[in-house]
Design a protein around this ligand. Structure first.
Ligand code: ADP
Length: 508
């Protein structure tokens, strides 16, 4: 009994599916038997109803036209032209049968001709209706099948991709995706993954700006797909960390963009999900290595510097000029080495979020003058000129700001040919102070200007490659300035020179 109770709704559902013409859209399994038998039994039913039960031939017109017409429309829509035509033909045969078997009393020859003309007219109308609706239904089927083929083709391509792909409709419901999404997200993909609902748990945004990670839980509306749909703009390379059910942490890089219709409406959005865990691990290992290496190098270099100092003092008055020169060059090279190691250490501190700042109040204009003066001692081929300055007090890390200034001035010298002046300007601008280092050197291409502040980035074209360096200076400077809530930027034209500027907020 229970089993029957369970199967009954299922049977009803299947029956409804079978009868519902909409459920047959996009299918080409047009039935012949169903319209044939149904219309035949309908004819038998009308015959019995009109001539035997009601025994009222005058009602034949109503039943014999309305009901078969409904059947013809239904079968044309359910089974295409075949269904509609079969239903029409049976109905016409039924009409002939009625005229033949149930003639009107005292029927004249003329009446009979009229009846056959009526049957012919009705038959033509029915066939016409069957053809029109059937053709419409078959065209819709074709379009639906074409779309399904298109989707299958796209799906086949999506499955080949090494990245996860999700496509949503305009409401953010996922309508297509590939297996990789499930692998990367570590969960089955179903309609549950609806953007806009808080359905992707354990996700943290990887705030890698300034290169140290501070994890935060992510709102569903923060997911790139949701953002792309909301803002109608592409979202590129956002990083997230998600935790799989087995506890495995996965780094994701997600991009998304809205898809527009021909008239510009946003009709969908597509997202690409990269699993960058392996890359991140490699990066972390490299960072660890740099960290370890720079620490290991620091100690012997410091000792060497000490030995060097004592050697230098011993040979200060040595009569052999050659020895004194050699010692001087060793000392110079060691200073360079010490600078490199200290940069490496800074990069590693930035990576791990351990770059500490010691704030103090000091006169920035004085620091600029002191730095320019001390660098002029080593930069022999360029004149460093302070063009503009006024007394400005700032609250900042003096040593780190000195480091930024040194980097900008030495770069200005390094990337300009000899005898070209380097100018420095300091000016107040509202509630901040701006320092600019201006050179007339080789300049930087527009498309490279943003990149030079990235870690280990160096402009490499045949000319610049001759300049030594590791591309750490500007990266460190940018980090120092942004930690001070300031900005650093460059204005430059290839071949003409560059203006590197940074701003610091003034104490309120
Ligand atoms: P490094 O100078 O050690 O290579 P930086 O981070 O200081 O590293 O600079 C990054 C890159 O930016 C340099 O390799 C150089 O191509 C470019 N650059 C920096 N300053 C200047 C400048 N004043 N003029 C032209 N190019 C510059």
């Amino acid at each position: 009994m229970l089993q029957y109770a369970q199967t009954l709704p299922a049977i009803m559902r299947r029956l409804f599916q079978y009868l519902n013409p909409i459920a047959h859209l996009g299918h080409r399994n047009y039935s012949v038997l169903f319209p044939l038998l149904s219309t035949f039994f309908l004819a038998v039913f009308i015959d019995i109803l009109v001539y035997r039960i009601l025994a009222d031939p005058s009602s034949a017109g109503l039943f014999a036209i309305a009901l078969p017409l409904a059947f013809i429309i239904y079968f044309s829509f359910r089974d295409g032209i075949t269904g509609g035509v079969i239903s029409s033909v049976i109905t016409i045969l039924f009409y002939v049968y009625i005229v033949d078997v149930h003639p009107t009393p005292n029927q004249t020859e003329e009446q009979l001709t009229t009846q056959f003309i009526t049957i012919t007219a009705l038959g033509t109308l029915y066939i016409f209706i069957a053809l029109t609706i059937g053709w419409l239904k078959q065209t819709i089927d074709k379009l639906i099948l074409q779309e399904a083929d298109e989707k299958r083709r796209l799906q086949a391509i999506l499955e080949q991709l090494p990245v996860g792909v999700l496509i949503t409709n305009s409401r953010g419901q996922i309508i297509q995706g590939n297996k990789q999404v499930e692998v990367i997200l570590g969960r089955k993909m179903n309609s549950e993954l609806v953007v806009g609902k808080d359905t992707i748990p354990n996700a943290e945004k990887n705030h890698r700006s300034n290169s140290h990670i501070s994890d935060k839980a992510v709102q569903a509306s923060d997911w790139p797909l949701a953002r792309a749909l909301k803002t109608k703009k592409a979202v590129v390379g956002k990083e997230f960390i998600i935790t799989h059910e087995n506890g495995k942490k996965v780094h994701l890089q997600i991009s998304a963009s809205p898809i527009r219709s021909a008239d510009g409406r946003v009709i969908a959005a597509a997202s690409i999900i990269y699993d960058v865990t392996a890359q991140k691990e490699l990066e972390a290992r490299k960072d660890d290595f740099v960290n370890m290496a720079s620490h290991e190098l620091k100690t012997p270099i410091t000792s060497l510097k000490l030995y060097m100092a004592s050697l230098k003092s011993r040979f200060r008055k040595h009569q052999d000029e050659g020895i004194r020169k050699i010692l001087k060059s060793i000392d110079y090279q060691m200073d360079k080495l010490q600078g490199l190691v200290s940069d490496l250490l800074d990069v590693s501190r930035i990576q791990t979020g351990k770059l500490m700042l010691n704030y103090e109040d000091f006169r920035l204009d004085n620091l600029v003058s002191e730095t320019a003066e001390s660098l002029q001692g080593t930069i022999k081929n360029h004149q460093i000129i302070i063009r503009k300055k006024s007394p400005v007090k700032v609250h900042a890390d003096r040593f780190r700001i000195y480091q930024v200034l040194t980097n900008l001035i030495t770069n200005a010298a390094k990337y300009s040919s000899d005898n070209k002046d380097i100018a420095i300007e300091l000016r107040k601008d509202g509630n901040k102070v701006v320092v600019s280092v201006i050179d007339n050197g080789i300049g930087i291409d527009k498309d490279k200007q943003k990149k030079i502040f990235e870690k280990l980035y160096q402009v490499t074209d045949s000319k610049e490659r001759t300049f030594p360096g590791l591309g750490m200076g500007l990266f460190i400077s940018k980090e120092i300035i942004s930690r001070h809530k300031g900005q650093i930027w460059v204005e430059s034209e290839k071949g003409k020179g560059s203006i590197f500027s940074f701003s610091l907020p003034l104490p309120s």
